[in-house]
Ligand binder design. Structure first.
Ligand SMILES: Cc1ncc(COP(=O)(O)O)c(C=O)c1O
Length: 367
């Protein structure tokens, strides 16, 4: 008996749908536009480090996640990593940490960020853990509020001052605020100053004043295009909060390949420099071409982001766009499963050459 590749990979009755699964089933696969990974591809030196680590797979990975964890701390806080490293925990993708923190939060309702839709794993975890789910427009503060900033898929972004106000207004005293900054490092070389990870005083003050615990989650599988190796981190408000998460974390959840990859990749400054230079350029090209070819489609998202959220205005058009992209070997993410936005699509930012393949596939959609 062989596996039938035409089936969808997700058990949609049981699991939360995500993009990134079609590529393996397409015999003419060219490029995956359905995920928000970095269009530059996986950094070479880190990939090599990961490959070498496979040779050591007859040993357990270090239980303290070192030296990779300290390397990531030095990346996040170049001037004060020793003070902060014990507030950091690595995970098997951000997904593992999302589930840990949602499980650890005090009992009570969950609420999403203020954007029309957001990445669904927070809600999935809250729901499977039996929490009441508040709607986006519900004014009441929650026991745990989770905001994806920048927001995947809409591309909205709240600068720090607004983010802080949102946290103050939407979390109950004693509750948890979880801020997902997976896409925030794309911001610019100055991303750290605009990140909640730099706001140690605000975080400490909020905890002292109202008992609110602020966590910052990163999925590193997008920035460094390594979704297959699973790599994420969480910055906790205090060392004690971090230990509480570690206590319920499965040991060795981050494998030796992911740790070696991380230890190497944070030193690859050239890759980040290229990311900050090329992503906005490629994104601008993508948006300009879409506006020229499909003037009725609305594109949204900050100019620095690695994807474009598109509203075609018509669910039939969106469905056809998804089919055409798939047939051409360049799958895109439908807005329907999970996000329930049937006229929307999300496409990754890729080089103009690769984007041209997608654009050609969509020519039959022009009026
Ligand atoms: C905003 C956001 N957070 C978290 C994740 C989960 O990432 P990981 O692959 O690290 O589990 C994703 C993946 O798409 C994401 O977009």
């Amino acid at each position: 008996m062989t596996f039938d590749a035409s089936q969808t990979a997700w058990d949609e009755k049981t699991q939360q749908f995500h993009g990134g699964q079609d590529w393996a089933t397409l015999s003419n696969f060219v490029e995956d536009f359905s995920v928000t990974t970095n269009g530059l591809g996986t950094p070479r030196t880190a990939l090599e480090a990961g490959r070498k680590a496979v040779d050591l797979c007859d040993h357990y990975p270090p239980a303290n996640q070192e030296p990779a964890k300290s390397s990531l701390a030095a990346f996040l806080w170049p001037d004060s990593y020793q003070r902060n490293v014990n507030r950091l925990l690595l995970g098997n993708g951000a997904s593992e940490l999302i589930d840990l923190v949602v499980r650890k939060a005090p009992a009570g309702p969950w609420k999403p960020g203020p954007f029309s839709v957001q990445y669904k794993e927070y809600e999935r975890s809250a729901s499977t853990n039996g929490r009441p789910l508040l709607k986006v427009n519900d004014d009441s503060p929650a026991a745990i509020a989770c905001i994806v900033n920048p927001c995947n898929p809409t591309g909205d972004y709240k600068p720090l001052n607004q983010l802080k106000k949102w946290v103050e207004a939407n979390v109950q005293d004693g509750g948890f605020a979880v801020i997902d900054e997976s896409m925030q490092p794309w911001h610019s070389p100055g991303f750290r100053e605009d990140s909640m990870t730099s706001q140690t005083e605000f975080v400490a003050d909020l905890y002292a004043r109202r008992g609110i615990s602020v966590y910052v989650i990163h999925s590193w599988t997008k920035l460094w295009s390594c979704t297959g190796i699973r790599l994420g981190s969480i910055v906790c408000p205090t060392e004690e909060h971090c230990q509480a998460l570690k206590k319920i974390q499965v040991p060795w959840s981050v494998n030796c390949v992911a740790l070696a990859f991380l230890h190497a990749v944070v030193k690859d400054e050239a890759y980040l420099h290229d990311t900050w230079t090329l992503t906005p350029r490629w994104r601008h090209h993508t948006v300009a071409a879409l506006q020229e070819y499909f003037p009725n489609w609305l594109t949204s998202g900050e100019p620095f982001l690695s994807w474009v959220w598109i509203d075609t205005g018509d669910m039939i058009v969106a469905e056809r766009a998804i089919q055409l992209a798939k047939q051409a070997g360049v799958p895109v993410r439908s807005g329907l499963p999970g996000y329930q936005q049937p006229s929307h699509l999300r496409i990754a930012v890729r080089s103009p050459e690769k984007f041209q393949i997608l654009l050609n596939a969509w020519l039959p959609l022009r009026n």
